[in-house]
Design a protein around this ligand. Structure first.
Ligand code: GCU
Length: 346
């Protein structure tokens, strides 16, 4: 009886998987067919944020710039709010050329490029100028280039500030307060290690499912920059925001290598230029968006805590040292060396 049931479930499972595969294939083919319409040169860009998020606004700006630069020959059509899938799913659709572009967190790319893990290491940038010097310099270029074997091309970075803890049941003032707390992390090994090193218990959940997870107590808290914390309305449930600013994880604009290779050199130039211009504008806007978000959550009754960062920095020394001698260790050394240079951020 039990065996029969198991065989039945197994068969059902295979049928369901097969049906899902066929559906995904059909969907991918459909998207592939229209990811870049030959007559209108529309590049489809999917991401998981809402349309009021500063990165969405920056991508709209990139699209407008592209239209102007190309004299109306090229444009970007944006699908926001995870309509076309979670970050990882969309990346996979880019790999087969079914979607042209996406905006993802660099951490979501760590399953595709080892280099991206470097952003999960806490407290590696001294300040904003150091951060941008690294991203716009040779280290940033190498990190973007590391996506090539994954059939992806990194076009550039967007500011995503720094990530701090927000909790439903009380403030985090020291790493000891994280003990026994279930903290949502981005679904990646690198984020799990980061929260573990800081003392919390990491629970990977996709961004779109986090609001409910906080509400239902699946997790006690999460971590993100202030615009994302505010716009996602997570502050309605998680009313303690501790600005320990443990990691600075940039957002990344990527294009499918397949789609990129299908563009002429002139079209590639227009797109790269639109990206560069919109990245500069986005950096300016990010600072204001972060400040506004903090003011808004405070008004809504959130307690904002400014903890002493030293105990947090001490707690992750072991994590940093564990990378010594590895590719990430090498990147960490190069990033630290950039802090010593006086050159202004490009
Ligand atoms: C940031 C990032 C998103 C990411 C999110 C997350 O807000 O910009 O791309 O999805 O963090 O924590 O999942």
């Amino acid at each position: 009886m039990c065996l029969y049931k198991n065989i039945g479930d197994g068969a059902l499972f295979i049928i369901k998987k097969f049906a899902a595969l066929i559906a995904l294939l059909g969907f991918s083919l459909l998207l592939a067919a229209c990811s870049r319409e030959a007559d209108s040169n529309v590049l489809r860009l999917a991401h998981n944020m809402t349309t009021d998020h500063p990165v969405h606004i920056a991508m709209v700006d990139m699209g407008e710039r592209l239209e102007v630069l190309s004299g109306g020959e090229m444009s970007i059509q944006i699908y926001s709010g995870g309509q076309l899938g979670k970050e990882r799913e969309v990346i996979e659709l880019l790999q087969i050329g079914a979607i042209a572009m996406t905006k993802v967190s660099t951490i979501s790319m760590s399953g595709f490029s080892e280099d991206m893990r470097v952003f999960s290491v806490p407290y590696i940038f001294e300040n904003n100028a150091h951060y941008w010097r690294v991203l716009n310099g040779p280290v940033g270029q190498d990190i973007l280039g590391s996506l090539e074997p994954a059939l992806l091309k990194g076009l550039g970075f967007y500011d995503a500030g720094s990530r701090s803890f927000y909790m439903t049941d009380g403030p985090i003032r020291t790493p000891a307060d994280l003990k026994g707390k279930k903290i949502r992390v981005q679904p990646s090994r690198a984020s799990i290690d980061m929260v573990k090193a800081l003392g919390g218990s990491a629970t990977p959940i996709s961004w779109g499912e986090l609001y409910t997870a906080l509400q239902q107590g699946v997790v006690d808290g999460a971590e993100n920059n202030s615009p994302s914390y505010y716009i996602s309305k997570h502050y309605e449930t998680a009313k303690y925001y501790s600005l320990d600013e443990h990691t600075s994880v940039p957002d990344l604009i990527i294009i499918s290598a397949k789609v990129w290779q299908g563009l002429s050199a002139q079209e590639q130039g227009w797109l790269s230029e639109a990206m560069a211009q919109s990245s500069l504008k986005q950096r300016e806007q990010w600072a204001k968006a972060s400040k506004d978000a903090l003011e808004k959550v405070a008004k809504a009754g959130v307690e904002i805590i400014y903890p002493d960062k030293k105990p947090f920095q001490d707690a992750v020394k072991g994590l940093k040292a564990s990378h010594d001698g590895s590719r990430i260790g090498d990147l960490l050394e190069r990033i630290a060396a950039e802090a010593q240079t006086e050159a202004p951020s490009p």
